[in-house]
Design a protein around this ligand. Structure first.
Ligand code: CS2
Length: 477
């Protein structure tokens, strides 16, 4: 079978969307750090749409892998072309994405990465490096950025925009902090220059993108009639709310469905607490029950009911109002997205890196509710389920992998008398908050006695009780 390549584009079936621009005249204006599945299913196709709609050819993308060579090795023979497959129960829509012009692998050629970042044509550096990528250690993304900005400054170039697209609240501020910290360690005054000439807008990103499987590769090849070694699969839904603070221009991403907003934080809170918060809840509770995927978890009436009530009663009341947003409709649509049977999104993929995800997904909500004297029973069950997950086995005794940068420390913390609640990198001051500790211990006891099923049933019974349950703070009837 032929390979996907510019030369084989004309052979593709007519219903496969192709790049709507001439790739040969595209200039590299964006460097993307962390060119994994998410960026290739979200940021890049939206950039394709912007280039096609405006004819502005300054926004080709150089993709950088910070660790593994696989993406480079798979896409170099395809001249950067790859397929995005958007799937739901209605079917699959295929699109060949054209904005990825070149790939670099940091461990193989760090200088090529620095060259791309400091090239005069580079105006934006976007990042999807996951939650654990935001540190100022001398081998991470912040270090590459600081060293490239040092070169830019020395060469008399202007500033650039650095755009974090990771699932962190105020992700632009988080990125700014680690880049400035790294810069200050490199050269006195570099941090001040960066802060004065560059910008770090925050943004909220949303699209479910499961890890690509061999079965996905087989299906895409069968539909295309050519082999694509590195396609990516996602849901049709997409959202991207970006602060419009770009110091050296930007593509018109609205052409691909993005929106520019004065402040991203309310959108980030909404998305992290609703989408990611319930995702992680389903991941740990579902994995303990031995379920494989998100759609299977929400097909379970007790788990679906739990996720619905968690969002409605405990999460929604903490969210700031957003103009035109109907939270109940958002929640209903979210559960529908989770039910998408064509995604096969593994619970264990979401369960990864819990120590890096849980604070922004659950614990902000917990703190606000406790401060307002409100109940946290469902959030407490989520925390208890995560702690159980650390032990490494589901309720049938099947092994559950603990894939987390703090795995060893978590296993040690789990053996303490408080069962892990004193683990400061995750829980911080909450370990000294009796209302939190009591609520989690109660749910942990329930889990230990009767498992997930019983814990869900007890909460459900409390909700159905005469006082409408103990969680309080319902946003709507
Ligand atoms: C998921 C997210 O893996 C995870 O932790 O919760 O990747 C989620 O699918 C996306 O943020 C949805 O936008």
């Amino acid at each position: 079978m032929n390979r996907l390549h510019p030369d084989t584009l004309p052979t593709l079936p007519a219903d496969v969307q192709r790049p709507g621009f001439d790739r040969r005249v595209l200039q590299p204006g964006i460097v993307h750090l962390g060119i994994g599945a998410f960026a290739r299913a979200h940021t890049l196709p939206i950039t394709d749409a912007a280039i096609a709609a405006t004819g502005d050819t300054r926004w080709g993308v150089v993709g950088v892998s910070l660790r593994q060579p696989e993406t480079h090795d798979a896409l170099a023979p395809q001249d950067g072309l790859y397929t995005l497959a958007l799937r739901d129960e209605a079917g699959t829509r295929l699109q060949v994405v054209g904005s990825l012009l070149a790939l670099r692998v940091a461990p193989e050629d760090p200088d090529a990465v620095l060259q791309a970042l400091s090239a005069p044509a580079t105006r934006i550096v976007s990042l999807t490096i996951t939650e654990k990528g935001y540190h100022a250690a001398p081998d991470g993304a912040a270090d590459f950025l600081a060293r490239a900005l040092q070169r830019r400054r020395a060469a008399g170039q202007g500033g650039i925009t650095m755009l974090s697209c990771d699932n962190l609240p105020s992700n632009g501020q988080v990125l700014r902090r680690v880049v400035l910290q790294r810069a200050a360690a490199l050269e006195p005054g570099l941090d001040a220059w960066i802060d004065g000439s560059c910008s770090f807008p925050s943004c909220m990103v949303d699209r479910i993108v499961p890890r690509t499987t061999d079965a996905d590769r087989g299906q895409v090849a069968a539909a295309l009639g050519v082999q694509d070694a590195w396609p990516v699969v996602g849901e049709p839904f997409m959202d991207w709310a970006i602060e419009d603070r770009f110091v050296a221009g930007r593509p018109d991403w609205t052409a691909g469905g993005a929106r520019f907003v004065p402040a991203a934080e309310p959108f980030e809170q909404l998305k992290l607490r609703m989408v990611n918060g319930s995702h992680s809840a389903l991941a740990y509770l579902g994995a303990l029950r031995g379920l494989p995927t998100v759609d299977r978890a929400v097909a379970d009436p007790a788990l679906r009911g739990f996720a619905d009530a968690l969002l409605r009663d405990e999460v929604q009341p903490t969210l700031p109002p957003l103009p035109g947003l109907d939270l109940d409709a958002y929640r209903a649509r979210l559960l529908q997205r989770f039910a998408n049977p064509a995604l096969q999104h593994r619970l264990l993929q979401i369960a990864m890196d819990g120590s890096q995800k849980i604070p922004q997904r659950w614990l902000g909500t917990v703190r606000e509710r406790l401060a307002a004297g409100q109940g946290i029973d469902r959030l407490a069950l989520c925390v208890a389920a995560w702690l159980r997950f650390i032990d490494g086995a589901d309720e049938q005794g099947q092994a559950l992998p603990l894939d987390d940068p703090l795995a060893d420390a978590l296993r040690v913390a789990r053996r303490a008398p408080d069962g892990g609640l004193g683990f400061a990198p995750v829980f911080g001051d909450l370990a000294q908050t009796p209302a939190f500790v009591d609520a989690v211990q109660r749910q942990a006891g329930q889990l230990a006695r009767g498992g997930v099923c019983d814990a869900l049933a007890v909460l459900q019974a409390a909700e159905a009780g005469p006082d409408g349950g103990s969680t309080g703070g319902r946003s709507s009837g």
